[in-house]
Design a protein around this ligand. Structure first.
Ligand SMILES: Cc1ncc(C[n+]2csc(CCOP(=O)(O)OP(=O)(O)O)c2C)c(N)n1
Length: 666
């Protein structure tokens, strides 16, 4: 690196000690030297991809040094300095990038896509924005624990255009969460310049719109970055609130190395080169006689030796030997189901009451459980399931949310990272689309990626039969049953709902809990009064017969029961699946082996639904036992219509009896 004769950045060291100044310098030098080495390895074809943070080191280092090691930090792809400042052993970092076992993801994710509880770092997912809401969740946990800790989260200016950014800032402000949002405005998001990314003067100006203090800092000036952030963090620790900081900086290399920088005007590149955060700081430290060329040389050779040793050991580590069992075992966190038996004391409850009671009992069982959702507090939720909860558990644990499904799912993830539990109520399961990304990409994949479970239950009031039209009637379990990492529960009775919800909350994995709205107030049952659990992956056989197996769940269970009550000549097994993921394959297969005929009934439209998978499984597993083709009955391949006549035509219910008769006469 060239040594500048004079610094182009005005530094004001205030009362910082020489030791701190040298630490700031050393901590910037390390990621720079690692990067320079990586660029060589890239050219030699020894690594596949590299996202460079050259020129942006002052931000990573300044922010990380301003925090306590115990405080969570959520970096992006250009924040190598966060990882090195937290003193992650280079061997582990290099193994991570090479997909080796000593990395942080056992070869399952690349580059900076990992977190580590050992260093209180929560890495990004590719989608950029979701971690902003996760930082809110971590900050909420800190607030609820009253531990005086702050969380810091990074985004590029490109990421600020995502809905996640806006949702996260709004929630942080409404809840006054102790979190620092750090925007690294480096001029380009891939090839997109800032004037095609946003239309305000400064991104910091957005703070005002969210009712949040905001600041603009020179992201290349490490003293300014460190001292200002430190001051803000100290203030937030005493008076929790969110703060937005826009760091002005520049991306000096391509988005990733292969994509180049052709679209960046040369003058801009030259201008920012003169503002290099390390060269300028070195020159300043030389001029103040805080650093000497000899010590500087020592630093460089010490770091280079560390890099070389770690690289050697990373290359020497053997490649991962794939093992299917190991991979499959890590999709979910181990959960030892505790069977808590129901008491004999029962009372008649509707489905809606059973869910409410279960939730209430779990709130008593788990003091770290937080419920979040729109209108769930004083109003009690649109279905009144959390009515009276605020009075009993307080507003801290029963939280009304703004309308921002993504952020709330992300907050739930953040709570889980700090060891808490969350139940998120989707007002209607249809609205889960607005929180879909964090569920299928963040919650579902975290344990497999870096052993971080998502202890989250998403409650999903779903289903048709209530003449509510295309956006309040869907039963969208199939969107989730195909995503490894999620569990999907779909009870049809109050007794099952109560026990399964308790288990869902005990289970440390993400669970989608479907509650059929048409059953809420129409289905009653004697339900044990006390807390109890029911196991996942165990279907219930509601009726036993010999000529056909009816396999169904949710409202389909009641349609099947009604149909068979009206047709007493048909001798059928009725299997209520209760949970779809895990699926009780054994009960299904044993029944079909006995009856030789199978009909799978689902409320959702046909294509890509669970009925198709069960049907395929039966063909594979029971072919020689079958006396007829496996039949699927499902709703029409249209959106769900509003008018009751159209809805009735749409629903599978109307086709079930005739299809069953056809199957029996095959
Ligand atoms: C949801 C989503 N859309 C698009 C991309 C592809 N992508 C990855 S990084 C990037 C640019 C990000 O720009 P910015 O947030 O400014 O960060 P920078 O790379 O400049 O540090 C894009 C478009 C993505 N990863 N995720």
């Amino acid at each position: 690196m060239p040594t500048l004769t004079k610094s182009n950045i005005d530094y004001d060291k205030r009362n910082l000690s020489d030791k701190t100044l040298l630490q700031l310098y050393y901590n910037m030098l390390k990621p720079r030297l690692i990067e320079e080495k990586m660029l060589i390895l890239l050219r030699q074809g020894k690594i596949s991809k590299w996202f460079s943070g050259i020129g942006q080191e002052a931000i990573s280092v300044g922010v990380t040094m301003a925090l306590k090691p115990s405080e969570y930090i959520l970096p992006m792809h250009r924040n190598l300095g966060v990882f090195t400042t937290r003193e992650i052993p280079l061997h582990r970092l290099f193994c991570q990038w090479q997909g080796k076992a000593s990395g942080f993801t056992k070869g399952r994710d690349r580059s900076f896509h990992f977190g580590t509880q050992d260093y209180n770092i929560v890495g990004m997912i590719s989608h950029l924005g979701p971690q902003l809401g996760v930082a809110d969740g971590i900050a909420l946990a800190n607030l609820l624990k009253n531990n005086g800790q702050v969380a810091a989260v990074f985004t590029g200016e490109g990421g600020t255009s995502e809905g996640d950014f806006h949702e996260a800032l709004n929630v942080a402000s409404v809840w006054q969460l102790p979190v620092i949002f750090c925007i690294e405005n480096n001029g380009y998001g891939l090839s997109t310049p800032t004037n095609e990314q946003y239309h305000c003067k400064h991104l910091a100006d957005r703070g005002k719109g969210y009712g949040m203090e905001s600041f603009i800092l020179d992201g290349n000036n490490v003293i300014e970055t460190y001292t200002k952030v430190k001051k803000l963090v100290e203030s937030i620790r005493k008076r929790p609130r969110p703060i937005l900081i826009e760091f002005k900086t520049f991306r000096r290399r391509g988005h990733e190395e292969a994509s180049g920088t052709k679209y960046v005007p040369k003058e801009l590149m030259d201008e920012w080169e003169t503002k290099d955060p390390i060269e300028n700081f070195r020159s300043y430290l030389f001029s103040k006689k805080i650093l000497s060329p000899v010590i500087d040389e020592q630093y460089v050779s010490e770091i280079k030796a560390e890099i070389d040793t770690a690289l050697e050991s990373a290359y020497a580590e053997e490649d991962i030997i794939p093992n299917e069992t190991i991979e499959l075992n890590d999709v979910y966190k181990d959960f030892e189901y505790q069977d808590i038996k129901p008491s004999s004391k029962v009372k008649e409850l509707r489905l809606v009451d059973a869910i409410s009671e279960s939730l209430k009992q779990s709130m008593n069982t788990h003091k770290d459980l937080v419920i979040m959702g729109q209108d769930v507090a004083e109003y009690g939720g649109v279905f009144k399931i959390t009515e009276g909860f605020v009075e009993q558990f307080g507003k801290e644990r029963v939280r009304n949310t703004p309308i921002c499904e993504s952020a709330i799912v992300e907050v739930a993830m953040g709570l889980s990272i700090v060891g808490m539990k969350a139940v998120v109520e989707m007002q209607f399961s249809d609205f889960v689309t607005s929180g879909f990304n964090p569920i299928v990409n963040y919650l579902a994949k975290s344990h497999y990626r870096w052993s971080q479970n998502a202890d989250v239950v998403v409650r999903m009031p779903c289903g048709a039969g209530v003449a509510a039209g295309p956006f309040h009637s869907q039963t969208n379990e199939a969107w989730f049953t195909k995503t490894p990492g999620l569990k999907v529960v779909y009870p049809a009775f109050p007794f099952d709902a109560k026990g399964l919800l308790a288990t869902a909350i005990n289970d440390p994995n993400p669970v989608l809990f479907f509650e059929h709205k048409a059953l809420y107030r129409s289905i009653r049952q004697d339900v044990p009064a006390d807390y109890y659990t029911l196991p996942f992956g165990k279907a219930s056989v509601l009726k036993e017969g010999n000529s056909v197996s009816v396999i169904t769940y949710g409202a389909g269970v009641h349609w099947a029961l009604e149909t068979l009550d009206n047709n007493p000549d048909i001798s059928a097994d009725i299997i209520d699946l209760r949970t779809l993921q895990p699926l009780d394959k054994e009960t299904i297969i044993n029944s079909v082996k006995k009856t030789g005929r199978a009909i799978v009934l689902q409320e959702d439209s046909m294509f890509g639904g669970i009925a198709s998978d069960i049907s395929a499984m039966l063909v594979e597993e029971c072919f020689e036992y079958l006396d007829a083709p496996v039949k699927r009955v499902a709703s029409m391949e249209t959106p769900i219509p509003f008018a009751v006549q159209l809805e009735n035509q749409y629903l599978a219910k109307g086709k079930f009896e005739s299809t069953l008769r056809d199957l029996l006469s095959f």
